[in-house]
Unconditional design. Structure first.
Length: 185
């Protein structure tokens, strides 16, 4: 791969638009050091951020905290579950969220076998959270979602799905017909 020495920000934006996971940035004169980490070489991840409405949660066993938030987006009036957010909240945030969610009990489970889990407590879609994630998978679920904050100023109906970038189709190996010569024995 050839280095890009001109506009690194434009290159990064182009990589993110293509659905790549990130870019490597380095000092131009820094040599590669096999098996070593070095501050002259940086992995800059193309993390996506989006607002989601909370439609359920999985309580943490034994106390009043959360194991996961179940988040969704709106498509018009229809909610589409987008995944389980299992990290990013500390104990204080987890406790505050749990208290708020306990007061919103009574939501309905999506009509999708992927979400048939007795541990999930379904809630009314009233709380909006910010989530960072790496990408959407082919089934419309978030990959590596992390909670990054509450968004009380955002209405749940504003949580629309962002465009999913489809990965390129993998080409199939070509079949080649080989004819071996007949041997006299």
């Amino acid at each position: 791969m050839e280095p890009v020495a001109d506009d690194g920000l434009a290159f990064f934006d182009a990589a993110r638009e293509k659905g790549l996971e990130g870019v490597i940035a380095k000092r131009f004169d820094s040599p590669y050091r096999a098996g070593q980490r070095h501050p002259d070489w940086l992995l800059i991840e193309a993390v996506r951020h989006q607002d989601f409405v909370v439609i359920g949660f999985i309580p943490e066993a034994g106390d009043r905290l959360l194991e996961a938030l179940i988040v969704a987006t709106y498509d018009g009036r229809t909610l589409h579950p987008a995944g389980r957010v299992v990290g990013g909240f500390d104990n204080a945030t987890s406790s505050a969220l749990r208290k708020a969610l306990d007061g919103l009990a009574g939501g309905s489970a999506p009509d999708d076998p992927r979400w048939m889990d007795d541990r999930i407590c379904w809630v009314q879609p009233k709380i909006v959270v910010a989530v960072k994630f790496s990408e959407w998978d082919l089934k419309g679920q978030l990959r590596f979602p992390i909670f990054s904050g509450l968004r009380p100023e955002v209405a749940p109906e504003e949580c629309a799905r962002t465009t999913m970038v489809e990965p390129p189709l993998r080409s199939r190996p070509r079949l080649v017909e080989i004819q071996l010569p007949r041997l006299p024995f």
